[in-house]
Design a protein around this ligand. Structure first.
Ligand code: SAM
Ligand code: SF4
Ligand code: SF4
Length: 379
């Protein structure tokens, strides 16, 4: 029986349409600005056990907030099926995020499924996770055993009172540090710690955090506070530019610029200088992520799948492309049809929100379109 594709392939380049139809691996998939599809971020839940004031403020994410019903979430089988199509079209790295991904029951089962995926060249895909660390001490071992490659833990300071106020659920710093220790004991290396720096809030924590993680093998990444979502009441005055962050660290713990480790890397790398005035790998490095003052849209190779299976092309997009619908409707799409949709959407991608926002920062023209929350789309 001949199946009729429901995806309109007329706008695909002919070689891609042929490759998709035959199921053959194709060359690198490029978007409208020649950016390859390389990373896939998957939000596995829109719920969180923290209420970080800049992400899920209690005033909005309270008892009357409507989270997605369980039936709306992609199942592990659906996530893996979608991930397989993305991997067939160029994705080499998958990051699980949320909300808080460790709240999703039996996450290790999903990790096992994703870890079994292979690229068209037969290579394993790098599987990573971003977590607030609260449940990491309990889960680190099973995540490692399931095949998770790397972890990023978010921690916005070492001052316990301040951290409890930021997460707004009174969670102690020691709980996150215990998670980091458990991850290291379970065999995770190259762990990263993400610190969102908000001027006038936790900027005094930059140096204590840099000192704490220097030489520890854990890479501290300092992130400019971004205007994501519609709930955090973002204001440019609360952004501490990365250049200022680097200056503050450099004055006390000298740094030297390092080259990017992979193309499209979001973080600018700075290595600590040893006694000989050169970068000392034993002291390690920090990263700064300048999404506001020095946007990196030009190298942005990330696709995102929301908790309910929409494909988003940008963290700041206002809507996504419904892939779950394609999988669940009667006469559901074949894998080839899902891939055709992914290819079509990626090829048409022209998103570069941060570059445009930064160009417009000092005018009143910043788009007021209602953006989706980071807890839904995944950071
Ligand atoms: N709950 C997990 C966590 O906190 O690591 C994963 C999801 S969280 C949305 C992913 C990352 O986004 C975290 O490192 C968080 O600090 C960061 N983030 C959230 N809101 C942000 C904002 N407005 N600006 C910059 N980073 C933000
Ligand atoms: Fe939760 Fe992460 Fe958002 Fe904090 S940053 S509220 S931990 S999703
Ligand atoms: Fe990528 Fe959008 Fe961020 Fe630019 S603003 S780097 S396109 S996610």
């Amino acid at each position: 029986m001949r199946t009729i594709p429901i995806i309109d392939q007329r706008h695909l380049k002919p070689e891609l349409a042929n490759a998709i139809a035959s199921g053959d691996p194709i060359g690198q998939l490029l978007d409208g600005y020649d950016r390859p599809l390389h990373d896939l971020r998957i939000s596995v839940t829109d719920r969180c056990n923290f209420r970080c004031t800049y992400c899920m403020p209690k005033e909005v994410f309270n008892a009357s907030y409507s989270y997605l019903p369980h039936a709306s979430l992609l199942s592990f089988e659906e996530i893996t099926r979608l991930a397989r199509q993305f991997v067939a079209r160029g994705v080499k790295k998958i990051r699980l995020t949320g909300g808080e991904p460790l709240l999703r029951k039996h996450l290790e089962v999903l990790i096992e499924q994703l870890a079994a995926l292979r690229t068209p060249a037969g290579e394993a895909v790098e599987i990573t996770l971003t977590t607030n660390g609260a449940l990491l001490a309990r889960q680190a071992r099973s995540l490692k055993d399931a095949g998770l490659n790397r972890i990023t833990v978010s921690l916005d300071g070492l001052d316990d009172q301040l951290f409890r106020r930021i997460n707004d659920v009174d969670f102690p710093v020691s709980g996150v540090l215990a998670g980091l220790e458990a991850a290291s004991k379970a065999g995770f290396s190259n762990t990263k710690v993400n610190m969102v720096v908000k001027r006038g809030c936790n900027e005094q924590e930059i140096l204590p955090m840099a000192r704490y993680f220097q030489g520890s093998g854990t890479i501290l990444r300092l992130i400019e506070y971004m205007d994501v979502g519609a709930s955090n009441g973002w204001c440019i005055d609360e952004v501490l530019p990365s250049a200022e962050i680097v200056k503050r660290v450099h004055e006390v713990m000298p740094l030297v610029a390092l080259t990017p480790s992979v193309p499209g890397e979001t973080a600018e790398r700075w290595g600590y200088v040893g006694a000989d005035g050169q970068y000392d790998p034993k002291l390690g490095e920090i990263g700064v992520i300048s999404s506001v003052t020095n946007p990196f849209c030009g190298g942005c190779n990330r696709a995102r799948i929301s908790t309910e299976g929409k494909l988003f092309l940008c963290l700041f997009a206002t809507d996504g492309h419904d892939l779950r619908g394609l999988m669940r409707k009667p006469g559901a799409s074949t894998d080839a049809q899902l891939q055709a949709q992914i290819v079509k959407v990626w090829q048409a991608r022209t998103d570069r929100y941060s570059e445009m926002r930064t160009a417009e920062l000092f005018t009143d023209r910043i788009s007021s379109a209602r953006r989706v929350e980071m807890s839904y789309i995944g950071g």
